[in-house]
Design a protein around this ligand. Structure first.
Ligand code: HEM
Length: 125
């Protein structure tokens, strides 16, 4: 039979909504990252959860149908993102992933992607 995808293994979109909710709860209390984000994090939560759900499912209904091509390097260009910011961002994601009871291989695949994506968005030395 067909392999279960990571998207299916985590439980689909509700997982990404929970993950991103926990992530932004961390960002909301982070003195380094909080100033970069808008006061109201409602849209930020929806965009990031949608992006991640689309990345792992391939279904553009989650993000691109509403937001267009992700172009994350371009969308992050207005924000000064150095290694400390990328580490802080990833740290909140790592805590959010750890809060879920995931099999090690699934958690590992998520964290590997998130670490690599965060490193790719560093735009300041
Ligand atoms: C948007 C910061 C990494 C995905 C944003 C915004 C900020 C930000 C300030 C604008 C506010 C908002 O619209 O939510 C950062 C920082 C990062 C980082 C400091 C550290 C490296 C990432 C990574 C991803 C990501 C690794 C994907 C895996 C997004 C998405 C949006 C966004 C999807 C919304 C784009 C849109 O549709 O407007 N980020 N980000 N970010 N970020 Fe990041």
């Amino acid at each position: 039979g067909r392999e279960v995808t990571l998207y299916e293994a985590v439980g689909g979109r509700p997982f990404f909504d929970r993950l991103v909710d926990r992530f932004y709860d961390g960002v909301a209390d982070d003195p380094l990252l909080r100033p970069l984000y808008p006061e109201d994090l409602t849209d930020s939560r929806a965009h990031l959860a949608g992006f991640l759900a689309q990345y792992w499912s391939g279904d553009t209904a989650h993000y691109s149908d509403g937001r267009g091509h992700p172009r994350l390097r371009m969308r992050h260009a207005p924000f000064a993102i150095g290694v400390p910011e990328a580490k802080a961002w990833f740290g909140h994601m790592e805590a959010a992933v750890d809060a879920e009871d995931l099999p090690d291989d699934v958690a590992g695949a998520l964290l590997q992607y998130l670490a690599s994506a965060a490193g790719h968005l560093v735009n300041q030395r």
